[in-house]
Design a protein. Structure first.
Length: 240
């Protein structure tokens, strides 16, 4: 009898323990607060929904792979990481992909981000005001994916230039990046000056010099001509 009583007490304690754990998991350890970092245009609530966390989740059973997959399903978002704060808080870190140029191809016009991700197909009217990327040997274009190029060096050179223009906040000074030959890259300024870059090496120094010279030419209303900025820190101006 004593043994039976002990067994019953043990079973009862286990049942009670399981019940307590279930209650704690559904209350104390249920995610009550989800914060999003890195977004500016896409509402945090929409990102939480994409992550599958709007209905709450257990602190101990967070499926990071599924969260990342849900967030990345939006082509304007990239999942970075998450941080958990005991017992019921979560922070999601994301990166928003923003268009910075228009890719001109035989298939049409596409908004593209700094990494070559195709974000939208657009019409002529929507392309106004954007810097254009021309000359890419396009193999495949699919919205939500990096443009497929038959010459990877072209895309690499293009993204290096776009990155540096964004860093130097100089995108508005140019209308075109021509990447048809990664060793003979060309820019076109807003004033219509063709600028020969050579390759994309030392693009920071080249772009800094170009910016200064273009500003000088604008102030002094210099005659139309072309610029050779293939040597870092030096520019040759040739009037038409």
């Amino acid at each position: 009898m004593n043994n039976r009583g002990a067994v019953r007490r043990t079973i009862l304690l286990l049942v009670l323990l399981i019940a307590v754990l279930v209650i704690l998991n559904e209350t104390v350890f249920r995610i009550h607060s989800v914060r999003v970092e890195g977004n500016s245009k896409i509402p945090s609530g929409d990102i939480v929904t994409l992550a599958g966390l709007d209905g709450g989740a257990s602190y101990f059973f967070i499926n990071e792979e599924r969260i990342a997959e849900g967030i990345n399903s939006n082509r304007y978002l990239a999942y970075r990481k998450l941080e958990k704060t005991f017992p019921n808080r979560l922070t999601l870190f994301v990166t928003e992909k923003t268009p910075c140029c228009v890719l001109k191809s035989t298939n049409g016009l596409y908004l593209m981000d700094r990494e070559g991700m195709i974000l939208e197909k657009i019409g002529e009217a929507d392309a106004e005001g954007w810097i254009s990327v021309t000359g890419l040997s396009v193999r495949e274009i699919r919205v939500g994916s990096v443009v497929g190029s038959m010459n990877p060096d072209q895309l690499k050179a293009c993204t290096l230039i776009l990155d540096e223009m964004l860093i130097q906040d100089s995108m508005g000074m140019f209308t075109e990046i021509n990447c048809s030959d990664p060793n003979r890259l060309f820019l076109t300024s807003r004033e219509g000056y063709p600028v020969f870059l050579g390759d994309a090496k030392d693009i920071r120094a080249k772009l800094l010099t170009i910016r200064g010279v273009l500003e000088y030419m604008r102030i002094y209303e210099m005659a139309p001509g072309s610029l050779d900025a293939s040597v870092p820190g030096s520019i040759t101006y040739t009037p038409d």
